[in-house]
Design a protein around this ligand. Structure first.
Ligand SMILES: [Zn+2]
Length: 456
């Protein structure tokens, strides 16, 4: 029995492989993450062995045919954007996110749209029964016959079916339930996930079928099992957002066929995930009126400017060490900005508690929101209301200077589109401004200038 088997140890965090157990992983420095797994040392069977027999010849670069129109749009604009303009044939896409956030629903909607266009789709579920999928599908709408369903977790069976049915697009829900007979460890373990992904990758590349893999996410926010999974696939998409909130953000963290900065915004409704075409408008909904500590800032997410409300609450601390939190942005950055306000503007924040929050649960780390954070903090500290028609962006340097940010023009246009009347922006962006009728631009070169503008 043990003839073709070997015992190895895997780090569950990063997939580091070792011949013996170790307390600390040399790969990711995590403690107590090694688990024992028996792996097969047999020669690879099936198409892996076959593909090695095939003779490959080098080709000249100009002979390689690259036509952009090969991409298959899935009919959901926000998803197409995140994918870089549609589904690339032969690509392997990992869709990760918390359980219940809408991964299966979105992919079922993709299936529906593709089947509508006469693309043959195979939906493989290891999680739900056919009846459960049917119930979910009924909520989404009617489906064409081009969609086929399969409840299976054995990858050899799945491989055989894909090779026989030759679908254009395959959905595997989820990778943690799939297993290969040659590997003795349980489904969801590092070696099973790795081997399963390997087989799916061979199928995708060998047959030109696009495969979407659903991956569940652990509490730490990684795809359960190893991070090696992320290295193997072409594209990694993550669902962000609170499962209790109505909207979801789909972000590409890796994409071999497009930009990794793009995000897609969806709203969860009873009929599935609806695209949010104008995220700024959506995120600014329900903004408080005449409240201090609130200001609208602008962050570029990929090619799109997105306006968000930054909220700050500053109050006298009752303890020796003031309490500070930052939700949706970098905590250390907020501390740094508060130190700049203390030293360069003379606002005494050292004995004040401060809470900074990006409203709507978005995560934003672009330095262009610095000015917004500073103005929100000052607004709350001095208890002055910044009019809700004012938007601000700019990076703050350590000596209190307001530095240039990219694509200032686009940000101003977005503010104009949403009916803002005033934009506070870096002085250095003045030369790049054009077509600014109908909106008042306030150029500032130091943080003090911006503060004196809102205080007057
Ligand atoms: Zn590790």
């Amino acid at each position: 029995m043990l003839k073709n088997k070997k015992i190895v140890y895997f780090c569950q965090e990063c997939g580091f492989e070792s011949a013996k157990w170790m307390g600390q992983c040399p790969g990711c420095k995590a403690w107590n993450t090694f688990v024992e797994e028996a792996i097969s040392t047999k020669k690879p069977s099936g198409s892996a062995a076959k593909s090695q027999d095939k003779r490959q010849e080098p080709v000249i670069l100009k002979d390689i045919n690259l036509s952009e129109d090969e991409r298959q749009t899935c009919g959901i604009g926000e998803l197409d954007r995140v994918l870089g303009g549609g589904i690339v044939p032969g690509s392997l896409v990992l869709v990760g996110g918390d359980p219940g956030i809408g991964k299966s629903t979105l992919l079922l909607q993709v299936c529906r749209n593709l089947a509508e266009k006469d693309v043959s789709v195979l939906y493989i579920s290891g999680e739900e029964s056919l009846r459960q999928i049917k119930l979910r599908a009924n909520r989404i709408g009617t489906f064409k016959d081009k969609l086929q369903l399969l409840c299976e977790t054995n990858l050899e069976v799945i491989r055989e079916i894909i090779e026989r049915k030759k679908p254009d697009v395959v959905i595997v829900d989820s990778i943690q339930t799939m297993f290969h007979e040659d590997i003795s460890s349980a489904p969801g373990s590092v070696s099973q996930v790795r081997e399963s992904t390997n087989i799916l990758m061979q199928l995708a590349k060998g047959m030109g079928v696009s495969i979407f893999i659903v991956g569940h996410v652990t509490k730490e926010g990684n795809v359960a099992g190893p991070r090696v999974l992320e290295h193997m696939v072409d594209t990694v998409l993550y669902f962000e957002g609170d499962r209790h909130a109505s909207y979801r953000i789909l972000r590409a963290v890796k994409n071999r066929f497009g930009s990794t900065n793009e995000i897609g915004v969806f709203e969860m409704q009873s009929s599935g995930l609806e695209e949010v075409k104008n995220p700024s408008e959506f995120l600014l909904n329900g903004r408080p009126e005449d409240a201090s500590g609130s200001v609208v800032a602008c962050s570029m997410e990929g090619t799109r400017p997105i306006l968000v409300e930054i909220q700050a609450l500053v109050c006298q601390s009752n303890f020796g060490i003031p309490r500070r939190t930052a939700v949706g942005t970098d905590f250390n950055r907020v501390n740094l900005l508060m130190a700049v306000l203390e030293k360069k503007v003379g606002i005494h924040l050292a004995s004040a508690d401060a809470y900074v929050n990006i409203a709507g649960g978005m995560k934003m780390t672009e330095p262009a929101i610095d000015l917004g954070i500073c103005l929100a903090v000052v607004s709350s500290y001095k208890d002055i209301v910044i009019p809700d028609t004012v938007m601000a962006f700019g990076e703050i340097g350590l000596s209190g200077e307001v530095r240039a940010v990219s694509m200032a023009g686009q940000r101003v246009q977005e503010a104009k589109k949403l009916g803002f009347e005033t934009v506070i922006l870096p002085e250095v962006c003045r030369s790049s401004m054009e077509n600014t009728q109908g909106i008042k631009l306030v150029y500032v070169s130091r943080i003090q200038d911006a503060i004196s503008y809102i205080m007057k």
